[in-house]
Design a protein around this ligand. Structure first.
Ligand code: PHE
Length: 457
């Protein structure tokens, strides 16, 4: 039985399984799907990259998501304490506790730049409303974008506002804060994406070309770095490897099925990414833009469409509002593990813990802001500060965190513990166990070795 140990979370619970699915989708679906996925697919050549990414989602992402939810629900505590409780319960060595800490650090690092990019989205709401996109061409939009990223002050203001929004929700707690925030936003975002894909389909004249780029696997374009980025992105987009899903799992009501819930989140997340690609690439090709231009892709493509469509001011503003909301429902899950721990162990009130975490992530975010302007010339390994942070977190920290979660769930926890908590049919359990013990760890290890250059040459 799933609840035989009788633990309850001091932070409360989602009011139903649906809310868990909604909130976890809210965490998963964010800038990763709409901003990052299209731009990295563009940089790494399209179809073959997308195929590797989809494989990683199925073979690594889904089983690790189930594991994280399971660990969280069994322990009903912040990831740091969850790892402590579960390693004691499983008779595992003390260093396993560090896994929770590792995730908290990754969460801060990601949030610091996530908030800056979400700030861009926030800023674009005002550009859209002001009519800045009206009839713009490719040059006009890149002018708007460059103006934004070359102004540290402008970015700082937006980053600050976004961080305050994040903290405000986290401070209010599981039910009245997080839960309320995601209920409306996710369905609206999905609907608007569909509308925009239809628009791209009907008007761009390059829909097939965009689709071809996104889905036709040309393996000659796939590089070892592309494989690594695809795997890293599978973790990033599903919010895995740092405790966000674990902490949301710790608020999951008693006996609902972890396998079904995880599968639904994974499907929703993947659909949104593919839709985002189908919305952006036709516009890229129709306007003679460069698919591999990097982080500015979304911000330098979509406004062209908004500038030409009927009611473009409305659609443009709506799109960036919803994107900001999607980012918001993800950013709250990036700090929730740290906040839950501060409340559990340091006796802080939720608001105090949230503010403290917000200040730390806000300060770190300054580095990302400057990396686009005043520090643009400082590079390490040919990467700016922002690129290094993104690389370190998505391509190293999350996969490493996920690897250890898979090993813990598949090898360290006794079978009876995981079987009881997952409580699914025999077949599903057996497949989960094989994949999480062998397939996912091996896949992650190969990709990480590849990163070290061990398999190269
Ligand atoms: N999954 C989120 C996105 O795609 C980002 C995220 C990563 C959130 C890790 C929480 C943890 O935008």
């Amino acid at each position: 039985m799933a609840v035989e140990h009788g633990r309850v979370s001091i932070h409360g619970e989602w009011s139903s399984r649906w809310v868990f699915i909604l909130a976890t989708s809210g965490s998963a679906i964010g800038l990763g799907n709409i901003w990052k996925f299209p731009y990295i697919a563009g940089v790494y050549g399209g179809g073959a990259f997308v195929l590797v990414y989809l494989l990683c989602i199925v073979l690594v992402g889904l089983p690790i998501m189930m594991s994280e939810v399971m660990l969280g629900r069994r322990a009903r505590q912040s990831p740091i304490n969850a790892m402590r409780t579960l390693s004691a319960e499983a008779g595992a060595a003390r260093p396993w506790r560090l896994l929770g800490w590792f995730g908290v650090v990754a969460g801060f690092l990601i949030l610091s730049y996530y908030s800056v990019i979400a700030g861009w989205s926030l800023g674009y709401i005002f550009n859209a409303l002001a009519g800045d996109f009206r009839d713009v061409g490719a040059e006009g939009v890149s002018g708007i974008f460059n103006q934004l990223i070359s102004s540290p002050l402008h970015m700082l203001v937006l980053h600050t506002v976004f961080m305050i929004l994040t903290i405000a929700v986290v401070a209010r707690g599981v039910r009245s804060g997080l839960e309320r925030a995601v209920r409306l936003m996710m369905p609206a975002l999905f609907a608007l994406l569909l509308v925009l894909v239809l628009y791209a389909m009907m008007t761009s004249g390059a829909f097939m070309q965009g689709l071809h780029f996104l889905l036709y696997p040309d393996f000659s374009k796939l590089t070892p770095t592309g494989v690594m980025v695809a795997m890293g992105h599978a973790f990033f987009t599903l919010s895995l490897g740092m405790g966000a899903v674990m902490v949301y799992g710790s608020y999951m009501p008693g006996r609902s099925s972890i396998a079904t819930a995880s599968l639904m989140v994974v499907i929703a997340d993947t659909l949104v990414s593919l839709l985002a690609g189908m919305m952006i690439f036709p516009l890229v090709f129709a306007n003679g833009l460069e698919p591999g231009q990097g982080p500015g892709l979304l911000f330098q493509t979509l406004p062209i469409a908004f500038g030409h469509m009927p009611a473009g001011v409305l659609f443009g503003a709506l799109f960036f509002i919803l994107l900001t909301f999607a980012a918001w429902s993800s950013s709250i899950s990036l700090v929730e593990p740290a906040v839950a721990w501060l409340v559990e162990n340091r006796g802080l009130s939720r608001p105090a813990a949230a503010i403290l975490c917000g200040i730390i992530a806000w300060l770190l975010g300054l580095g990302t802001i400057f990396s686009f302007n005043v520090w643009a010339d400082y590079r390490l390994f040919d990467r700016s500060f922002f690129e290094l942070l993104d690389f370190l977190t998505s391509n190293i920290m999350l996969p490493v965190g996920g690897l250890f979660i898979a090993i813990f769930a598949g090898w360290i926890m006794p079978r009876a513990m995981t079987e009881g908590e997952l409580a699914t049919g025999r077949r599903v359990y057996a497949s989960w166990r094989v994949v999480v013990r062998y397939v996912s760890p091996v896949a992650v290890i190969i990709v990480l070795l590849n990163l070290l250059g061990v398999l190269r040459g």
